[in-house]
Design a protein around this ligand. Structure first.
Ligand code: IMP
Length: 427
């Protein structure tokens, strides 16, 4: 297997960082293809915890080339802070490539993210306020600033000036706030450009060369299927394509090059931000999941909403991304529940449906139809073989496989690299 795409199968926070880190050991190249520093990947390597937002988790291995693809929106200040953070922790970052065509998050994007959220009132999306949506808006409006523009003083000055006219009009005339000044932004961003210049590359070409040479490439998704701008719970979504197809667009690689798609899926469900969530638990069970699973956002620190595993969503993720294998994460968090529930369909009015509905109005009305399974009380964190899991835990995984038609090739029972049960080759 040469090229593998790894994506989130739910609403993000499935533990992709850990699985990427685990698989990256075998990869030559690890590529981020969408999103920005709205993502937060927590990786525990050799007993040490690392929190990454923009740089692929593969960076923790010295010999891996890491790529930030064209589909990513980059806040250069955050990127440099992350590079400094890694350097301080003794991690070498010399093999990082940044796509010259990636879009740049500018200060006005963050301001706009905040103002737009406020203006939405009760319809707010609950964004991370990192400027992600406005940066993708500018990309689609064709006025965005790309990394390559930053490297050219005249080009950058011209594009920044034109953007500021438009944005300041909006800030002053529509939102009644202050205009942003050209000079401070220009100087700061030229400084960032100087520091990243040597890393900027044609990343699509670098990936192609690597695949042609028979190397292994791992495409690392951020967020999750239901946050996809087309296929997610619109409008409560992010502005990019976290599904597997996003890897092709966001890295500049053709779909025929992709050999396998790994869906990372939590053994239960979580969501941050607003929007419908049929299996959400607003009782003690939800509290128990949040506490056991440390379900607080890596990026914003917000408590995550928690609920039972939803097989309707899992099957939907399989469909829209062509998932070939699941990596089930955080199975250990379910220890201590007498009964576990799995949602196998939704009740809408008098009807039972088994597919994710197209209409969000209907999705909001969906009541989960549950199947119950016995839980287990044993600590799973030391188990290394599937057969050594309590029978109830094995059956829980087998039921997920039956309901989705996809093998759970990896099962994670803790944050460490070694806390991963491998049931087959993936890479
Ligand atoms: P944005 O990506 O900041 O525009 O936020 C849009 C929605 O996506 C909000 O509901 C966020 O909470 C959610 N979101 C963005 N990034 C992540 C992530 O990495 N994990 C989980 N949710 C996310």
């Amino acid at each position: 297997m040469a090229a593998v795409v790894l994506i989130g199968s739910q609403w993000g926070d499935e533990g992709k960082g850990k699985i990427t880190d685990f698989l990256a050991e075998k990869a030559n190249l690890v590529v981020r293809f969408q999103g920005g520093n709205n993502a937060g990947h927590t990786v525990v390597a050799n007993g040490e915890e690392f929190k990454l937002h923009l740089i692929p988790s593969g960076i923790l291995y010295e010999d891996k080339t890491c790529v930030i693809g064209n589909g990513v929106v980059i806040d250069p200040k955050i990127l440099l802070e992350e590079l400094d953070y890694l350097a301080k922790r003794g991690i070498k970052t010399g093999k990082l490539l940044i796509s010259s065509n990636a879009q740049v998050i500018m200060p006005y994007h963050q301001v706009l993210d905040g103002l737009e959220e406020e203006a939405r009132g009760e319809h707010k999306i609950g964004t991370t306020k990192r400027g992600i949506g406005p940066a993708y808006m500018d990309k689609a409006s064709r006025i965005g600033i790309r990394i390559i523009d930053l490297l050219d003083k005249e080009e950058f000055a011209d594009k920044l000036r034109r953007n500021l006219v438009e944005k300041n009009n909006l800030f002053v005339k529509v939102y009644g706030t202050e205009a942003l000044e050209f000079d401070g932004i220009y100087e700061a961003y030229l400084g960032y450009a100087d520091r990243i210049r040597s890393m900027v590359a044609d990343s699509s070409l670098a990936i192609d060369v690597s695949i042609r040479a028979g190397e292994k490439v791992l495409f690392e998704g951020a967020q999750g299927t239901l946050l996809d701008i087309d296929h997610g719970t619109y409008p409560y979504v992010t502005s990019s394509h976290p599904i597997a197809g996003g890897a092709c667009v966001g890295a500049g690689v053709g779909p025929t090059r992709i050999d396998r798609v790994i869906g990372v899926i939590k053994a239960y469900t979580t969501r941050v931000g607003e929007g419908p969530f049929p299996t959400e638990l607003l009782d003690e069970s939800g509290e128990q999941m949040r506490a056991n699973g440390h379900e607080f956002g890596t990026t914003t620190g917000r408590p995550r909403r928690c609920g039972w595993f939803d097989a309707v969503i899992a099957r939907y993720a399989v469909r829209v991304s062509g998932i070939s294998d699941f990596a089930v994460t955080k199975l250990d968090v379910l220890t201590g529940f007498d009964i576990l529930k799995i949602c196998v369909g939704y009740r809408v009015n008098e009807e039972i449906i088994h597919e994710f509905p197209q209409s969000q109005k209907i999705f909001k009305q969906c009541q989960p139809v549950y199947e119950e399974m016995p839980g287990w009380q044993e600590d799973l964190t030391h188990v290394r073989r599937f057969e050594d899991l309590p029978l109830a835990a094995q059956n829980y995984i087998l039921r997920i496989e039956q309901l989705t038609g996809v093998p759970a090739t990896l099962v994670a029972i803790g944050p460490g690299r070694e806390q991963t049960i491998v049931r087959g080759e993936m890479f």
